[in-house]
Write a protein that binds this ligand. Sequence first.
Ligand SMILES: [Zn+2]
Length: 195
Amino acid sequence: MNKIVVNNANLRKLMEGNKRYMASHLIHPDQSSERRFELKHGQHPFAIILGCSDSRVPPEVIFDQGLGDLYVVRVVGNVLDQMIVASIEYAVLHLDVRLIMVMGHSQCGAVQATCNHNQLEGHLPSLTFALNAALNKAKDLPGDLTENVILANVGLVSEELKQTGAHFPEMMKKGELVIVPAYYHIDTGKVELLT
Ligand SMILES: [Zn+2]
């Protein structure tokens, strides 16, 4: 993973922003009216973040980025479905974004709810369905079940994206696309890259 960090300028830019955030040395880049004006002709974000809808994990804040920098897809439990894959494919294939980060986080309430086997209301059983593979992978592991499911889900979602995104396998083979699993620690603000 260190090799990717060293060689990937976009990932380095993300992680440097996260370091500033952790140290409370935010520079709030690209948030001026000039930047807004500059973007009226189009967007060229340098990274895609697939993250959870949790109010404590807003990518622009935790990576200290601004307008037009990040293409963000947020959904409870950072799971995948067809529209989410389509959203990511749009950014890769039409906006030429070459880095995808799949970011889970500590204390994910959505995963917790699924692990507790609560009778879930409304459309929430579809979340359980989306997390089922991670739940199966993690259920016999030692340690905290919720944390294990969060980690398993990030890995499985990254793998699924690698395999199912249109043109993603060949792009990755040619080094034109990088998909990075990551885990955000709510208490410290650190984004940890997972291998
Ligand atoms: Zn969450």
